[in-house]
Design a protein around this ligand. Structure first.
Ligand code: SAM
Length: 286
Protein backbone atom coordinates (compact mmCIF):
# COMPACT_ATOMS: atom_id res chain seq x y z
CA UNK A 1 0.00 0.00 0.00
CA UNK A 2 1.50 3.30 -1.05
CA UNK A 3 -1.09 5.98 -0.38
CA UNK A 4 1.15 7.99 1.95
CA UNK A 5 2.91 11.04 0.46
CA UNK A 6 5.18 12.97 2.77
CA UNK A 7 4.52 16.16 0.80
CA UNK A 8 1.24 16.57 2.73
CA UNK A 9 3.11 16.63 6.04
CA UNK A 10 6.46 18.24 5.21
CA UNK A 11 7.78 20.65 7.82
CA UNK A 12 5.17 19.78 10.46
CA UNK A 13 5.90 19.51 14.20
CA UNK A 14 6.97 15.87 13.78
CA UNK A 15 9.49 16.75 11.06
CA UNK A 16 10.95 19.46 13.29
CA UNK A 17 11.82 16.96 16.03
CA UNK A 18 12.88 14.20 13.62
CA UNK A 19 15.16 16.43 11.58
CA UNK A 20 16.61 18.21 14.62
CA UNK A 21 17.66 14.81 16.00
CA UNK A 22 18.98 13.75 12.58
CA UNK A 23 21.05 16.90 12.10
CA UNK A 24 22.51 16.73 15.61
CA UNK A 25 23.40 13.05 15.21
CA UNK A 26 24.92 13.49 11.76
CA UNK A 27 26.99 16.48 12.80
CA UNK A 28 28.36 14.46 15.69
CA UNK A 29 29.11 11.37 13.62
CA UNK A 30 30.83 13.28 10.82
CA UNK A 31 33.38 14.74 13.24
CA UNK A 32 35.38 11.53 13.35
CA UNK A 33 37.91 11.15 10.58
CA UNK A 34 36.52 7.86 9.24
CA UNK A 35 33.96 7.19 6.50
CA UNK A 36 30.33 6.99 7.55
CA UNK A 37 27.64 4.97 5.79
CA UNK A 38 24.27 6.76 6.04
CA UNK A 39 21.24 4.61 5.27
CA UNK A 40 17.78 6.18 4.90
CA UNK A 41 15.35 3.26 4.51
CA UNK A 42 12.26 5.40 3.77
CA UNK A 43 13.61 8.49 2.07
CA UNK A 44 10.60 10.34 0.62
CA UNK A 45 10.99 12.93 -2.16
CA UNK A 46 14.10 14.69 -0.82
CA UNK A 47 12.73 18.23 -0.83
CA UNK A 48 9.21 19.68 -0.62
CA UNK A 49 7.59 22.79 -2.07
CA UNK A 50 5.62 24.38 0.73
CA UNK A 51 3.60 26.41 -1.77
CA UNK A 52 2.72 23.25 -3.77
CA UNK A 53 -0.70 21.57 -3.69
CA UNK A 54 0.27 18.76 -1.30
CA UNK A 55 1.76 20.93 1.42
CA UNK A 56 -0.95 23.57 0.94
CA UNK A 57 -3.78 21.05 1.49
CA UNK A 58 -3.54 21.12 5.31
CA UNK A 59 -0.62 23.52 5.73
CA UNK A 60 0.86 21.35 8.49
CA UNK A 61 4.08 23.37 8.28
CA UNK A 62 2.17 26.30 9.80
CA UNK A 63 2.58 24.64 13.17
CA UNK A 64 6.10 23.43 12.48
CA UNK A 65 8.92 25.03 10.57
CA UNK A 66 6.96 28.27 9.90
CA UNK A 67 6.86 29.01 13.61
CA UNK A 68 10.65 28.80 13.79
CA UNK A 69 11.23 31.27 10.96
CA UNK A 70 12.63 34.79 11.40
CA UNK A 71 9.90 37.10 12.65
CA UNK A 72 7.91 34.24 14.18
CA UNK A 73 7.48 33.28 17.84
CA UNK A 74 10.04 30.48 17.68
CA UNK A 75 12.74 32.94 16.68
CA UNK A 76 12.14 35.32 19.59
CA UNK A 77 14.83 34.98 22.21
CA UNK A 78 17.29 32.17 22.11
CA UNK A 79 16.67 28.98 20.12
CA UNK A 80 18.25 25.84 21.60
CA UNK A 81 21.51 25.01 19.79
CA UNK A 82 20.14 21.88 18.08
CA UNK A 83 17.11 23.78 16.76
CA UNK A 84 19.30 26.65 15.58
CA UNK A 85 21.51 24.26 13.57
CA UNK A 86 18.47 22.63 11.98
CA UNK A 87 16.79 25.92 11.06
CA UNK A 88 20.09 27.18 9.67
CA UNK A 89 20.10 24.26 7.21
CA UNK A 90 16.48 24.93 6.23
CA UNK A 91 17.41 28.57 5.62
CA UNK A 92 20.24 27.40 3.36
CA UNK A 93 17.77 25.90 0.87
CA UNK A 94 15.62 29.04 0.96
CA UNK A 95 18.04 31.47 -0.59
CA UNK A 96 15.71 34.46 -0.92
CA UNK A 97 14.88 34.39 2.79
CA UNK A 98 11.21 33.47 2.38
CA UNK A 99 10.24 29.97 3.49
CA UNK A 100 9.34 28.08 0.30
CA UNK A 101 11.21 24.79 0.39
CA UNK A 102 11.51 22.22 3.11
CA UNK A 103 14.46 19.77 3.01
CA UNK A 104 13.65 16.13 3.77
CA UNK A 105 16.07 13.73 5.41
CA UNK A 106 17.98 12.94 2.15
CA UNK A 107 18.77 16.59 1.44
CA UNK A 108 19.79 17.26 5.05
CA UNK A 109 22.08 14.23 4.96
CA UNK A 110 23.53 15.19 1.58
CA UNK A 111 24.28 18.69 2.89
CA UNK A 112 26.10 17.39 5.98
CA UNK A 113 27.98 14.41 4.52
CA UNK A 114 31.66 14.65 3.57
CA UNK A 115 33.41 13.37 0.42
CA UNK A 116 34.41 10.19 2.30
CA UNK A 117 30.83 9.37 3.39
CA UNK A 118 28.20 7.42 1.44
CA UNK A 119 24.43 7.92 1.47
CA UNK A 120 22.01 5.09 0.56
CA UNK A 121 18.42 6.17 -0.12
CA UNK A 122 15.38 3.94 -0.63
CA UNK A 123 11.96 5.06 -1.77
CA UNK A 124 9.18 2.82 -3.06
CA UNK A 125 6.67 5.36 -4.35
CA UNK A 126 7.43 5.81 -8.09
CA UNK A 127 6.71 9.54 -8.22
CA UNK A 128 8.61 10.39 -5.03
CA UNK A 129 11.46 8.18 -6.21
CA UNK A 130 11.77 10.32 -9.36
CA UNK A 131 11.70 13.55 -7.33
CA UNK A 132 14.34 12.08 -5.04
CA UNK A 133 16.62 11.16 -7.91
CA UNK A 134 16.31 14.68 -9.34
CA UNK A 135 16.99 16.16 -5.93
CA UNK A 136 20.27 14.23 -5.51
CA UNK A 137 21.53 15.43 -8.94
CA UNK A 138 23.80 12.49 -9.75
CA UNK A 139 25.88 13.03 -6.66
CA UNK A 140 28.48 10.25 -6.85
CA UNK A 141 28.42 9.80 -3.06
CA UNK A 142 24.71 8.95 -3.11
CA UNK A 143 22.86 5.82 -4.25
CA UNK A 144 19.12 6.15 -4.83
CA UNK A 145 17.05 2.97 -5.17
CA UNK A 146 13.40 2.30 -5.92
CA UNK A 147 13.28 -0.67 -3.56
CA UNK A 148 12.13 -1.84 -0.15
CA UNK A 149 14.27 -0.05 2.42
CA UNK A 150 14.11 -2.84 4.98
CA UNK A 151 15.41 -5.51 2.58
CA UNK A 152 18.13 -3.14 1.38
CA UNK A 153 19.14 -2.35 4.96
CA UNK A 154 20.04 -5.94 5.72
CA UNK A 155 22.19 -6.12 2.58
CA UNK A 156 24.06 -2.92 3.52
CA UNK A 157 25.08 -4.13 6.97
CA UNK A 158 27.68 -4.39 8.31
CA UNK A 159 29.31 -1.40 6.59
CA UNK A 160 32.93 -1.81 5.44
CA UNK A 161 34.31 0.85 7.80
CA UNK A 162 32.08 -0.30 10.65
CA UNK A 163 30.40 3.09 11.03
CA UNK A 164 26.77 3.66 10.09
CA UNK A 165 23.81 5.88 10.82
CA UNK A 166 20.49 4.28 9.89
CA UNK A 167 17.32 6.38 9.69
CA UNK A 168 14.12 4.34 9.70
CA UNK A 169 11.16 6.57 8.97
CA UNK A 170 8.24 4.49 7.64
CA UNK A 171 4.74 5.76 6.91
CA UNK A 172 3.01 3.28 9.29
CA UNK A 173 0.08 2.77 6.93
CA UNK A 174 -1.01 -0.55 8.43
CA UNK A 175 -0.91 -1.93 11.95
CA UNK A 176 1.58 -4.65 11.04
CA UNK A 177 4.16 -1.96 10.07
CA UNK A 178 5.00 -1.51 13.76
CA UNK A 179 5.82 -5.20 14.27
CA UNK A 180 7.58 -5.45 10.92
CA UNK A 181 9.86 -2.55 11.91
CA UNK A 182 10.89 -4.20 15.18
CA UNK A 183 11.60 -7.49 13.42
CA UNK A 184 13.76 -5.80 10.79
CA UNK A 185 15.52 -3.66 13.37
CA UNK A 186 16.43 -6.64 15.54
CA UNK A 187 17.77 -8.42 12.46
CA UNK A 188 19.80 -5.37 11.40
CA UNK A 189 21.18 -4.96 14.92
CA UNK A 190 22.30 -8.61 14.88
CA UNK A 191 24.24 -7.90 11.71
CA UNK A 192 25.74 -4.69 13.08
CA UNK A 193 25.33 -4.03 16.80
CA UNK A 194 27.48 -0.90 17.08
CA UNK A 195 25.60 1.16 14.47
CA UNK A 196 23.45 4.14 15.36
CA UNK A 197 19.78 3.57 14.52
CA UNK A 198 17.24 6.42 14.60
CA UNK A 199 13.61 5.36 14.34
CA UNK A 200 10.74 7.81 13.94
CA UNK A 201 7.28 7.01 15.28
CA UNK A 202 3.88 8.75 15.32
CA UNK A 203 1.56 8.64 18.31
CA UNK A 204 -1.95 8.01 17.04
CA UNK A 205 -2.89 4.99 19.16
CA UNK A 206 -0.67 5.03 22.26
CA UNK A 207 -0.99 1.28 22.63
CA UNK A 208 1.02 0.71 19.45
CA UNK A 209 3.95 2.70 20.84
CA UNK A 210 3.74 0.99 24.23
CA UNK A 211 3.98 -2.32 22.39
CA UNK A 212 6.97 -1.12 20.37
CA UNK A 213 8.77 0.03 23.51
CA UNK A 214 8.09 -3.28 25.24
CA UNK A 215 9.35 -5.25 22.25
CA UNK A 216 12.55 -3.18 22.21
CA UNK A 217 13.10 -3.63 25.95
CA UNK A 218 12.76 -7.38 25.52
CA UNK A 219 14.93 -7.51 22.38
CA UNK A 220 18.29 -7.59 24.18
CA UNK A 221 19.40 -4.41 22.33
CA UNK A 222 21.27 -2.05 24.69
CA UNK A 223 21.63 1.70 24.90
CA UNK A 224 18.26 2.94 23.64
CA UNK A 225 17.00 6.48 24.19
CA UNK A 226 13.53 7.82 23.44
CA UNK A 227 12.57 11.43 22.82
CA UNK A 228 8.99 12.47 22.18
CA UNK A 229 7.09 15.71 21.78
CA UNK A 230 3.31 15.92 22.08
CA UNK A 231 1.25 18.84 20.85
CA UNK A 232 -1.49 17.83 23.25
CA UNK A 233 -2.57 14.81 25.27
CA UNK A 234 -3.13 11.56 23.38
CA UNK A 235 -6.41 11.46 21.50
CA UNK A 236 -6.76 9.12 18.50
CA UNK A 237 -9.74 11.16 17.27
CA UNK A 238 -7.35 14.01 16.46
CA UNK A 239 -4.97 11.75 14.52
CA UNK A 240 -1.26 12.20 15.25
CA UNK A 241 -1.00 14.27 18.44
CA UNK A 242 2.63 13.42 19.26
CA UNK A 243 5.67 11.87 17.65
CA UNK A 244 9.06 10.70 18.71
CA UNK A 245 12.44 9.30 17.90
CA UNK A 246 14.00 6.18 19.33
CA UNK A 247 17.77 6.23 19.02
CA UNK A 248 19.99 3.19 19.55
CA UNK A 249 23.65 3.97 20.34
CA UNK A 250 23.01 7.75 20.28
CA UNK A 251 25.81 10.33 20.34
CA UNK A 252 26.59 11.05 23.99
CA UNK A 253 25.71 14.70 23.30
CA UNK A 254 22.12 13.98 22.21
CA UNK A 255 20.63 13.71 25.70
CA UNK A 256 21.76 17.17 26.80
CA UNK A 257 20.66 18.65 23.46
CA UNK A 258 17.19 17.14 23.93
CA UNK A 259 16.98 18.32 27.56
CA UNK A 260 17.19 21.80 26.11
CA UNK A 261 15.16 21.24 22.93
CA UNK A 262 12.10 19.32 24.12
CA UNK A 263 10.79 21.79 26.76
CA UNK A 264 11.39 24.57 24.25
CA UNK A 265 9.27 22.74 21.66
CA UNK A 266 6.49 22.35 24.23
CA UNK A 267 6.57 26.12 24.93
CA UNK A 268 6.90 27.10 21.27
CA UNK A 269 4.72 24.64 19.34
CA UNK A 270 2.51 23.09 22.04
CA UNK A 271 -1.21 23.37 21.31
CA UNK A 272 -2.41 23.83 24.91
CA UNK A 273 -1.41 23.16 28.49
CA UNK A 274 -1.55 19.39 27.94
CA UNK A 275 1.44 19.61 25.58
CA UNK A 276 4.26 17.40 26.89
CA UNK A 277 7.58 15.76 26.21
CA UNK A 278 9.33 12.53 27.15
CA UNK A 279 13.06 11.96 27.35
CA UNK A 280 13.91 8.46 28.54
CA UNK A 281 16.72 5.98 28.59
CA UNK A 282 14.59 3.01 27.52
CA UNK A 283 17.43 0.52 27.91
CA UNK A 284 20.72 1.33 29.67
CA UNK A 285 24.09 1.17 27.96
CA UNK A 286 25.27 -1.91 29.87
N1 SAM B 1 12.45 10.22 5.63
C1 SAM B 1 11.71 11.25 4.91
C2 SAM B 1 12.09 12.59 5.48
O1 SAM B 1 12.35 12.69 6.69
O2 SAM B 1 12.15 13.56 4.72
C3 SAM B 1 10.22 11.02 4.93
C4 SAM B 1 9.78 9.63 4.64
S1 SAM B 1 8.06 9.32 4.67
C5 SAM B 1 7.64 9.41 6.35
C6 SAM B 1 8.01 7.60 4.34
C7 SAM B 1 8.31 7.24 2.89
O3 SAM B 1 8.53 5.82 2.82
C8 SAM B 1 7.19 7.51 1.91
O4 SAM B 1 7.67 8.35 0.91
C9 SAM B 1 6.81 6.13 1.34
O5 SAM B 1 6.48 6.16 -0.04
C10 SAM B 1 8.07 5.34 1.56
N2 SAM B 1 7.93 3.90 1.72
C11 SAM B 1 6.91 3.18 2.21
N3 SAM B 1 7.24 1.88 2.34
C12 SAM B 1 8.53 1.77 1.92
C13 SAM B 1 9.47 0.70 1.85
N4 SAM B 1 9.12 -0.53 2.23
N5 SAM B 1 10.70 0.95 1.40
C14 SAM B 1 11.07 2.21 1.01
N6 SAM B 1 10.23 3.26 1.06
C15 SAM B 1 8.98 3.06 1.52
Amino acid sequence: MLSYRHGFHAGNFADVLKHTVLVHTLEYMTQKDKPLRIIDTHAGAGVYKLNGPQAQKNREFDNGISRLWPGEQGMDGQQPGAIARFTELVRKVNEGGALQLYPGSPLLAQTLMRPIDRLFLHELHPADFQFLRDCMRNDKRVRVENEDGFAALQALLPPPDRRALVLIDPSYEVKSDYQHLIKQLVQAHKRFATGTYAIWYPVVLRQRIDEMELALKKSGIKNIQLMEFGLQQDNPEYGMTASGMIVINPPWTLWAAMEETLPWLVDTLGADDTSFYRLEQLVPEK
